[in-house]
Design a protein around this ligand. Sequence first.
Ligand SMILES: Nc1nc2c(ncn2[C@@H]2O[C@H](COP(=O)(O)OP(=O)(O)OP(=O)(O)O)[C@@H](O)[C@H]2O)c(=O)[nH]1
Ligand SMILES: [Mg+2]
Length: 624
Amino acid sequence: MMRRAALLGNPSVGKSLIFNHLTGLGVEVSNYPGTTVGLMSGIVRYNETEFSLTDLPGIYSLSGKSDEEKLVREYLITGDADLIVAVLDAKHLERNLYLLLQAAEIRKPLVIVLNMMDDARSAGKIIDAAALSAKFGVPVIETIATEGKNLEKIADYVIGDELPVPIIVPRYDHHIEAAARNLQKYHNLSLAEALFALENVSLSTLSPEVMESAAAISSEIEKRHMMSPDQIIGANRHNTAKAISDEVTTLAPQKKRRDLDSLLTRGFPGIPILIITMVGILAIVFLLGGFLEEAIISVMTTYLLDPFHALNLAPFWDTVGGAVILALMSGLGIAFPYVFLFYIFISILEDTGYLTRAAFLADRGMHHLGLHGQGLIPLVLSFGCSVPAIMSTRFLPTRRERIIASVLVTMLPCSARTVVISGIVASFIGFGAAFSIYGIVFILVFVLGCVLSRITPGEQYGMILEMAQLRRPIPKYVVRKAWMRVSEFLYIAMPLLLVSSVFLGIFEYFGLVTMFESFIDPISTAVLGLPGFAFTALMFGILRKEMAFETLAIMGGTTDLASILTSSQLYIFALVCVLFVPCISTIAVLMKEIGVKAAALITVFTLLLGTSLGALLHFVFMLV
Ligand SMILES: Nc1nc2c(ncn2[C@@H]2O[C@H](COP(=O)(O)OP(=O)(O)OP(=O)(O)O)[C@@H](O)[C@H]2O)c(=O)[nH]1
Ligand SMILES: [Mg+2]
């Protein structure tokens, strides 16, 4: 039977990095909390033995009410893990010990991984691992996941012969201990289950009767203490965590801390730095992307497209083959350079921890949007892709915040939309025009956020954003992460593009495309000032945003878009594409996270917004 281990720990302690290192799989690793949502498992092959490893989402406590906390709690109590690998951030030992104490109560085999030993050391913290190990009665492995240091010791341990169960007995208020003992005795519960019941935390192994009798005991305790059992239990755990942490940590005289962080998070020069960084990144993506694009396109035209047409194949094959080659050219030649560059930069921003600083700076403005602290993370993520950004809204405390954040995320320009803006507007009209699209979108998002935060029912909620430490990004990880995201583009978007180009080629040959175009053309020309083929291309944006742009090249029969559309038409096309209807994957994840009704509303709203703004612009362009 293969052994099963699960990585448990606070957010951003390095669980996913350890997981990736051991399993060789690629899950997201980022320098902000809440990167991993849901369970991810992999098989580790080590010393001719195999074991399975599960990467759990980061949480602070097992008794919380969020979906992630419920998931981890159920998994640890009822799941099939043989061993908990508890990962701790060595420099925030006290906070991390809280979860460890809770996990130890489950009385499953456990091993403590003290990660980020490098950070702890540079923060001047010396931890007595032997003392910590003695307290819990389980081994402690000191690691530096970013350097791969000691990670094989984890694997050694998991496949080893001995898996001790923690012996630590946390001390609780005597009323709590008595109540827990009673519950354990009469309902045949474990200590962990009894405490969950007293904390009024749901668990599938706790029957309604148990919850009822626990509730009765709880209200007795609450009357006497003026504090509810969950508050008492929490406070007791905090005290134990603090006592252990104080006991095993020695502080070395601290080196003077670099003040970079305070520069980045102060209004001045923080905000100018933020603006320069963002504009700088986009400018480099536009410029370098444009350069690469031209180079790749000219090579592909000379060596692929021209020779193909020179073959003088039968018209059917010439049309279909031509469409496929154009799809390759627009996908690999145009979209790819932008996608790749953009992801490299996003990965650097994530891994340095700068994104959290940016979010912190934007915080004040964000209050108007009805979001706080953690609400910024989805917005920041949305510049990469709306799908993970919407998934990360699960971490928000209220449904109100989840809905507001999801709406705004859907509207913000994801990397695919950046491709559209760079590939169409920046390369054929100019940088100023490209930035103006971002400007329009930001203004819309801001106005919409303000309106939504007034009209969406529910309470405003404060939340503190966890600030991960600033660090130098490791090129290997940056490239690997950018590559992971790019390969998603290559394996999903490219095949989709190729298949649809074959169909388009066939439809075109049989004159179906022309038929549809001549049907839609009058409407499209009247409303948006766009010819029928451009409108058809726009609809492909629903599959994936950048498909609109690639299909435009296929439908227009050339990658030189300026030869088929005027500047104002290109601008309208890009703006409508950026605003109009989220892509299919986004709609699907919206349905899952906030419900079918809300997802449908968002879709219809963005459809109306995109087309009416396009129409307005068309009208304005006609006047001037
Ligand atoms: N300096 C240092 N950084 C580390 C170490 N381990 C992980 N990191 C960094 O810490 C950050 C968080 O790592 P992740 O693996 O994403 O953390 P996680 O625990 O999976 O986080 P969640 O998925 O949010 O729960 C990344 O930027 C890592 O590069 C370490 O030992 N030393
Ligand atoms: Mg993770």
